[in-house]
Design a protein around this ligand. Structure first.
Ligand SMILES: NC(=O)c1ccc[n+]([C@@H]2O[C@H](COP(=O)([O-])OP(=O)(O)OC[C@H]3O[C@@H](n4cnc5c(N)ncnc54)[C@H](OP(=O)(O)O)[C@@H]3O)[C@@H](O)[C@H]2O)c1
Length: 246
């Protein structure tokens, strides 16, 4: 029986850590070829080399910053150059920003928007240009913050709301080309993004399941939306939260 991602080529922006890395591992385990993009060249190469050990010839990486103009296009071009096609774009990179609006600077707002909203938009544009006649899958990581009124999260929430809006509109716009566009919104997930106090009981108390999510528990939803099984699902944001935020 063929694996779910046999013959598929994916670009995972933010694939060197956390949910993105769990997604990369899942794509590779199920037969896919994957290009990983991230900023920290040393971590990226270490992750890439480790994955190459088990998946010879099916993983490559490209170093860069999605917040810089032209970089998302370069990531897509590098993927097509390396593996000859593109079928799946996952954008998992983000700038996790928490600050009272009265203390927020224009430069910080700009940086968060460039990373979390403009970057995914440019990545989606580049991928939709690169997808072939078979169509494609675009999955962007959002956050439940997009739809909750938690203090000090206005800038981050605004950018996550933007990617959810992007998914709804592009789902309609790109449907005639068999391209689906969806978001996954994790709750509190045990990754480096969560910072030092991962075991803080005040955090886990907020989760009805009583614990943090594992990156793999979010990646499994990303993988479904990236697969052929999800061809009838588009324009949606799927929460993977253990009940957090309900
Ligand atoms: N963890 C949570 O509790 C949680 C909750 C809600 C939503 N989310 C969302 O889930 C997604 C994944 O988060 P995570 O927890 O897996 O984070 P993570 O472990 O910190 O991983 C983030 C990844 O993105 C890359 N990245 C960050 N900024 C980048 C940039 N400007 N250009 C290119 N790559 C960049 C990082 O590598 P470099 O630093 O080397 O670039 C890394 O590979 C994010 O969109 C986040 O907003 C997470």
């Amino acid at each position: 029986m063929p694996a779910r991602f046999d013959g598929k080529v994916a670009l995972v922006i933010g694939g060197s850590s956390g949910i993105g890395l769990a997604t990369v591992r899942g794509l590779l385990a199920e037969g896919g070829r994957v290009v990983i993009a991230a900023r920290d060249a040393a971590r990226l190469a270490a992750v890439g080399q480790e994955l190459l050990g088990a998946h010879q010839g099916r993983v490559a990486w490209v170093n860069g910053d999605i917040s810089e103009l032209g970089e998302a296009e370069r990531f897509v071009a590098a993927t097509v150059t390396r593996f000859g096609r593109l079928d799946i774009l996952v954008t998992s990179s983000a700038y996790n920003y928490t600050r009272a609006i009265v203390d927020t600077t224009e430069d910080e707002i700009d940086a968060v928007i460039r990373t979390n909203a403009r970057g995914p938009l440019l990545a989606a544009r580049a991928a939709s240009r690169a997808f072939g006649p078979e169509g494609g899958r675009i999955v962007t990581l959002s956050a439940t913050a997009a739809r909750r009124g938690r203090p000090h999260r206005s800038v981050y929430a605004a950018t996550k709301g933007a990617v959810e809006a992007m998914a709804r509109v592009l789902a309609v716009e790109l449907a005639p080309r068999k391209i689906t566009v969806n978001c996954v919104a994790p709750g509190l997930t045990d990754t480096p993004m969560l910072g030092g106090d991962r075991d803080d009981p005040n955090r886990t108390r907020q989760v009805p399941m009583g614990r943090l999510g594992r990156p793999e528990e979010v990646a499994t939803v990303v993988l479904f939306l990236a697969s052929d099984d999800a061809g009838w699902v588009t324009g949606q944001t799927v929460d993977a939260t253990g009940g957090y935020g309900l």
